[in-house]
Write a protein that binds this ligand. Structure first.
Ligand code: GCV
Length: 626
């Protein structure tokens, strides 16, 4: 588990570079230990003493400053308190200057970590928090969690939900609360609050009550007592995250109560301590038989708008389905006018090649913020991609997604390109190579590769608005013909593409399921009309004839083929770029990434082959020649 950088020389390069296992993430500062730092003893001081390359730095407290904000003038950092100074110190080490304040107060990672140490949709090893063999936080784990805290603090993340939204009731038992208390103590100096996902039926499983009905007085009392117990141990505990009446999880609906009734009961329990409830809108299935899955969140929540307590926040995925490589934005953001909302982004690449594909996700998130303006949200959550793997995230480039999430949570107006440039410089930049004139070309190519990688993934997996044609359960690889009669239809790929001899795509216009009517204008009309619907969402909103003429004059079927080809060609190009970069990257990270890129190419080719064979089987030989 210990993350130690190996130091070996590489023959691949005339200049000897340090081999790396990726454990230092983007925090690869040289330990110069030369600055004299004035100001309070704190993390900022320690970091600057160790790593600041200037001779002097000053830390100044100004209590009139806003929470978490900092100002950097020369080598003087001013902030309200030590946390602000810490953010300022990391910014100074990144080379920033001037004033900066976070856009949102809530910048939270969601770990889908189970108490048995496994991680749902985790692709980088086991949980860094939970180990069923050890019911205590030992020294090794403490050190690791401290590194985790430092990495998060360096990019401004200030909250973490420690367990899976498919929550075990055991999470709220006394021994686990004790562990949470210990974790909270490690995270606190870095300005990070802990939150827990809770199972709505915990009063039954743990408290032996006969019901979890939110209007039952014993249930209310149970949650109040539980909140008190937690806050006695962890006075700055953040609150609860809840997945209710979704994918088999219990919830207020089990007692014919509304989401608002369920959420408010929990909200009242944490309110005296300043806690919040993040209630997820990811629901489909049970209550909406036959309704288009992407409409169900709005249908289920819209009547609750305005009925939630003021410490409840509705947390919704960026798209209406489930973290696909491309989705239109989720219309729930258009429909809840009186309820504070948070967006949930997925950093772990469940549907984007997991930790085997190089896919930089910030362009996707930037696209989302183009539709759902950051000012409509009061916070942001990201499903973490972190595990016990030495490089934390499985793929060296998946670290960029953790980094980008933090940077966007601090400032969603930053461009994905700026963030990628920053990350590349911090993660792969080697100061000794700066003089080499080829380096700027290489850097440019690496940046380009990252920036093209998400669109490439869309193209080789699901272009033109296709969605959810993944293999069952594990969601890796193509299965467009997927249909299992005993499964809910919403789990079957054929439900989503509806290919037939006439065409392909899901008619969600007013002549179909009318999902377009859940959008505000101008998107409602734009998406509803086949002739104005952006091609990137075409098959999401329309069932389109194979012979339909696309904007470039090709037929839909030809266009699909072009997109799949383009996606594969892009990955071939990424391999070339990576080959060119070889002399400038340490041996270990180069090799590990190269292996994954080869695998990615193989997988991209499989996607193309399987999907084109399958969809091609619907296209008559007459049509395909048109
Ligand atoms: C945590 C999808 C994923 C599940 C996940 C669920 C959710 O269905 O495949 O693993 O469960 O979303 O976000 O609750």
């Amino acid at each position: 588990m210990k993350r130690i950088a190996l130091f070996v020389t590489t023959l691949a390069c005339a200049i000897c570079v340090m081999a790396e296992d990726g454990s230092r993430l983007w925090l690869r500062y040289e330990r110069v230990q030369k600055a004299e730092v004035t100001g309070p003893e704190c993390i900022a001081k320690e970091e600057l003493r160790n790593y600041y390359a200037g001779e002097k730095a000053n830390l100044v407290i100004d209590t009139s400053m806003p929470e978490d904000a900092y100002n950097i003038s020369g080598s003087t950092i001013t902030a309200k308190n030590e946390i602000g100074l810490m953010y300022g110190a990391y910014a100074l080490l990144r080379g920033e200057s001037g004033y900066s304040a976070p856009y949102w107060k809530l910048r939270i990672l969601n770990h889908w970590d189970n108490l048995d140490g496994s991680i749902e949709r985790g692709y980088a090893g086991k949980s860094i928090f939970w180990d069923p063999e050890k019911n205590e936080i030992g020294k090794e784990k403490r050190d690791l969690i401290k590194e985790y805290a430092r990495a998060n603090a360096s990019i401004g993340i200030n909250g973490t939900v420690l367990n899976n939204v498919n929550a075990s009731p055991k999470m709220l038992s006394a021994p686990y609360i004790q562990q949470v208390k210990e974790i909270a103590a490690i995270l606190r100096p870095y300005g990070i609050k802990v939150y827990l996902s809770v199972n709505f039926a915990s009063p039954m499983a743990l408290g032996k009550l006969k019901t979890a009905d939110p209007l039952d007085k014993n249930v209310v009392a149970w949650w109040k007592a539980k909140a008190k117990e937690i806050y006695q141990q962890i006075p700055d505990f953040g609150g609860f995250l809840v997945k209710a009446n979704s994918e088999g999880q219990p919830g207020p609906g089990d007692y014919h109560r509304t989401h608002a009734q369920g959420a408010n009961m929990l909200a009242d329990a944490v309110k005296p301590y300043g806690g919040i409830i993040m209630w997820r809108s990811f629901v489909y299935g049970a209550n909406h038989k036959g309704e288009d899955r992407v409409k169900q969140a709005v249908s289920e929540f819209v009547n609750d708008d305005g009925k939630f307590r003021d410490n409840v926040i509705l947390q919704s995925k960026n798209g209406p389905l489930d973290f696909q490589p491309r989705e239109p934005y989720a219309p729930i953001f258009d429909n809840m006018h009186k309820t504070p909302q948070m967006a949930e982004l997925q950093i772990t690449q469940e549907y984007l090649g997991q930790s085997r594909h190089l896919v930089y996700l910030a362009p996707m998130w930037e696209e989302f913020f183009g539709f759902v303006r950051p000012q409509r949200l009061i916070g942001i959550a990201g499903v973490a991609n972190i595990g016990l793997d030495k490089n934390w995230c499985g793929h060296h480039f998946s670290q960029a997604n953790w980094y980008a999430f933090g940077r966007l949570a601090w400032n969603p107006l930053l461009s994905s390109e700026q963030i990628a440039r920053e990350w590349l410089e911090e993660t792969f930049g080697d100061k000794r190579l700066k003089e080499d004139s080829r380096l700027s070309t290489i850097n440019h190519q690496l940046l380009d590769m990252m920036m093209r990688s998400r669109e490439a993934c869309v193209d080789y997996m699901m272009p033109l608005g296709l969605h959810h044609i993944f293999k069952f359960d594990h969601h890796y690889g193509p299965e467009p013909d997927g249909f299992i009669a005993s499964y809910p239809l919403e789990w079957c790929p054929v439900y989503y593409h509806k290919a037939d001899s006439l065409g392909v795509g899901f008619n969600r216009s007013h002549t179909g399921t009318d999902a377009t009517s859940q959008y505000n204008e101008p998107y409602r009309s734009l998406y509803d009309d086949l002739s104005t619907c952006p091609e990137q969402y075409l098959l999401w909103f329309h069932h389109v004839p194979w012979t339909y003429r696309m904007k470039d004059g090709s037929t839909l079927w030809e266009s699909l083929q072009k997109h799949y080809d383009h996606g594969v060609n892009e990955v071939e190009d990424f391999l070339r770029i990576w080959q060119n970069a070889k002399p400038y990257i340490d041996e270990q990270r180069w090799k590990e990434t190269d292996e994954r890129l080869h695998h990615q190419l193989e997988n991209a080719r499989e996607w193309r082959k399987v999907c084109l064979n399958y969809f091609g089987s619907f296209v008559s030989s007459h049509t395909s020649k048109e």
